[in-house]
Design a protein around this ligand. Structure first.
Ligand code: NAD
Length: 252
């Protein structure tokens, strides 16, 4: 097993990629804090992991609130005695507005949930990682984190900022045993894709597949495999990197 006795915190783990990551990490031996705004969903994921011999605890976390983030990480220490892997996965994408139409409130919410949460969770984890001399951070960014063509301005900017946090953190702590990398998934079959497909034709991922713009939609389990690689020693020389997983969509 590749994560034996490691303690992982996964945000947004009640569904989609976060759920797949929590389940795969547990299968590989990690003890997992299943964190989500949706407590019932998180409890279901944790129960599923525990029912097959894994170790998981659910917690209600609104990543837009710093106190929730701090409690989530404290819970890992309290319950499992440490923190080895932090996966900042929770995110929202419910707005396709370009800058001419974006509302201040939407911009602020998107940054609170998608970006400030990542900075705050890392900030909370850093002293723990520094003290133990190692730590792994995996941020779930997006192809919208380097392309302007995939989403509204608020989401696009929020994920570009996640890429910036990833690179800066990877660089700044490179000699302290801490690695920080990001995944940039392309359109993946989760609730987010269902939501945007309803919001605006521009974001209708399925339509894009049909029209041949996107090669295919990904499965959350395919993103989880990248998250496993980044959490394991197999990626020991990978730091400050953004790994795209999109079936070649953005390679063209
Ligand atoms: P999802 O909707 O299935 O999962 C997102 C999870 O985050 C949900 O369980 C939701 O309850 C939780 N969440 C939302 N707001 C929260 C908050 N304030 N605090 C805590 N939890 C909160 O969608 P997903 O596709 O699995 O999304 C996971 C990540 O992947 C997001 O960061 C998203 O931006 C990113 N992403 C998704 C796609 C895609 O096509 N699905 C593509 C690129 C990037």
């Amino acid at each position: 097993m590749r994560l034996e006795n490691k303690v992982a915190v996964v945000t947004g783990a009640a569904s989609g990629m976060g759920k797949a990551i929590a389940e795969l990490y547990a299968k590989e031996g990690a003890k997992v804090i299943v964190s989500d705004l949706n407590l019932a969903g998180a409890e279901e994921v944790a129960a599923g992991i525990n029912s097959i011999g894994g170790e998981a605890v659910a917690v209600k976390t609104n990543v837009a609130h710093e106190s929730d983030i701090n409690e989530m990480i404290d819970l890992a220490i309290f319950t499992f005695g440490g923190l080895d892997i932090l996966v900042n996965n929770a995110g929202i994408m419910d707005d396709m507005a370009p800058v001419g139409d974006v509302l201040d409130g939407k911009w602020e919410l998107m940054f609170d949930v998608n970006t400030k949460s990542v900075m705050r969770a890392i900030r909370k984890a850093i002293p723990i990682f520094l003290e133990q001399g190692n730590g792994i951070i995996v941020n779930v960014a997006s192809t919208g984190g380097f392309s302007g063509a995939h989403a509204g301005v608020a989401y696009t900017a929020s994920k570009h900022a996640v890429v910036g946090i990833t690179k800066n953190t990877g660089f700044m702590y490179a000699q302290k045993g801490i690695r920080c990398n990001a995944i940039a998934p392309g359109a993946t079959m989760t609730n987010i894709v269902n939501t945007i497909s309803n919001v605006n034709e521009l974001g209708a991922a399925r339509t894009k597949v049909i029209k041949g713009v996107i090669p295919r939609l990904g499965q959350p389990e395919e993103i989880a495999q990248v998250a496993l690689f980044l959490a394991s020693d197999e990626s020991s020389f990978v730091n400050g990197a953004v790994i795209t997983a999109d079936a070649g969509w953005t390679a063209g």
